[in-house]
Ligand binder design. Sequence first.
Ligand SMILES: *[C@@H]1O[C@H](CO)[C@@H](O)[C@H](O)[C@H]1NC(C)=O
Ligand SMILES: *[C@@H]1O[C@H](CO)[C@@H](O)[C@H](O)[C@H]1NC(C)=O
Ligand SMILES: *[C@@H]1O[C@H](CO)[C@@H](O)[C@H](O)[C@H]1NC(C)=O
Ligand SMILES: *[C@@H]1O[C@H](CO)[C@@H](O)[C@H](O)[C@H]1NC(C)=O
Ligand SMILES: *[C@@H]1O[C@H](CO)[C@@H](O)[C@H](O)[C@H]1NC(C)=O
Ligand SMILES: CC(=O)N[C@H]1CO[C@H](CO)[C@@H](O)[C@@H]1O
Length: 310
Amino acid sequence: MHSRVIGICATAIGALLPTVAAQFECNRTYLQLFSDDYVLAHENGQLTHLENIADNFTYVENNKTREITGGIFNNALRIDHRHTIVDTVECASYTELIITHNVSGEPAPYVIGTQIRHSPGDLSCYLIDLTVSTTGSWLFNSTKTLEYASKENWTLIDEGARDSREALKSAADAYLDMWSNKSAIDAVPWGTPCDRLEGSVYTGPGLPTDSCKVGIPTNNNQAPNSHRRYVIDLTYGAISVLCIFEHLADAPDSHEFRMENSKLRYIHTITLADSSGGIPTAAELAPAPAARFRVRGGGGSSRLSGSVES
Ligand SMILES: *[C@@H]1O[C@H](CO)[C@@H](O)[C@H](O)[C@H]1NC(C)=O
Ligand SMILES: *[C@@H]1O[C@H](CO)[C@@H](O)[C@H](O)[C@H]1NC(C)=O
Ligand SMILES: *[C@@H]1O[C@H](CO)[C@@H](O)[C@H](O)[C@H]1NC(C)=O
Ligand SMILES: *[C@@H]1O[C@H](CO)[C@@H](O)[C@H](O)[C@H]1NC(C)=O
Ligand SMILES: *[C@@H]1O[C@H](CO)[C@@H](O)[C@H](O)[C@H]1NC(C)=O
Ligand SMILES: CC(=O)N[C@H]1CO[C@H](CO)[C@@H](O)[C@@H]1O
C-alpha cells in the first residue's frame, strides 16, 4: 500500500517536472519597473535611474552598436504616448513611445520602439535595442501617429481568451514572410476589422475596408525581413518583432502585432527608410471598390506601391 502511494507520487512528480521547468517566469513587475526607468531616462534626458546594468551591456540604435550616452538621451522628451509589453519567458520588454515635443515645448518628433533584454539570473539588463524614427523616416508624422494610436484599445485580454505564444509568433512570422513568400499571405490570420498604423498612415476606421490587407506586398520574391528579435506578451495578445527589411536597403524595422480571438487586430510599424515619394492620403490608400484589397502597382497614380507595405 505504502509503496504504491509512493509509486503514484513519483509518477505524478515525473509528469509535473517538465511543465514546471517550462513555466519558469521572469519577474514581470521587475521588467515593467525597469521599462519605467527607461522611459524616465527619456523624460529626464539622463540615465541616472537605470540600475542593475550587466557587465556586457550593449546599446543598439537602428541596428548600430553605440554609446548609450551618445544619442537620443541627450534630449529631455515629453512622452505623449507610451505602451509596454513584457515577455516573462525571454526576460524582455518592448516599449513604444510617441513624442512630438521636448520638455521645453520645442518640436522633437520621434516614434521609438525599444526592446530591453535581461539576464534570467540576476535580471541585469544586457541589451537596450532601439528603433528610433524621426522626420524623414518612412511615412513619418508623430502628431498623426499619436492621434491614431491614442484611439486604439489594447487592454488586457481575458485570461480564457488568450492566444498562445506559438500562435502569436507564427502570425507575426507569416506577416513578415509575405515579402519573400507568396504562400505566407494565406497563413496570416487576418482579422476584420484590422487597423495598421504604418508610420503615420492608417488603414483604420474611416476607410471602406478597415483591413490590414491594404497595400500588402504584391511582389513576393523580394529579399527577406531578417535578423528578427521577438518580445511576446500573451496578456496583451501582443508581439513585437525588430528586424531588417533587406528589400528596403537593409532598413531597420519594428512591427508590433495585437491579436484578439486568434486574428490580427492592430499592427504598428516603424521603419528607417526614405519615403520622400510622399505620404498617401486616406483617399489614395482606399482601394477602388472593384479592386478591394488590391493595390494598383506602378504608375504615377500609385504612390502606394512605393509608400505602403509593398
Ligand atoms: C519582483 O520584483 C519586484 C520589484 O523589484 C519585487 O518587489 C518582488 O519582490 C519580486 N518578486 C519576486 C517573486 O521576486
Ligand atoms: C550578455 O550576457 C547575457 C547573459 O547574462 C547573454 O544572454 C547575452 O547574450 C550577453 N550579451 C552579449 C552581447 O554578449
Ligand atoms: C503632421 O500631421 C499633422 C496632423 O494631421 C499636420 O497638422 C501636420 O501639418 C503634419 N506635419 C507635417 C510635417 O506634414
Ligand atoms: C476594449 O476591448 C475590450 C475587449 O478586447 C472590451 O472589453 C472593452 O470594452 C474595450 N474598451 C473600450 C473603451 O472600447
Ligand atoms: C512559405 O510560407 C508557407 C506558409 O507559412 C510555409 O508553409 C512555407 O514553408 C514557406 N516557404 C518557405 C520557403 O519558407
Ligand atoms: C548591432 C546589430 O544588431 N547589428 C545587426 C544589423 O543587422 C545585421 C543583419 O542585417 C545583423 O547581422 C547585425 O548583427
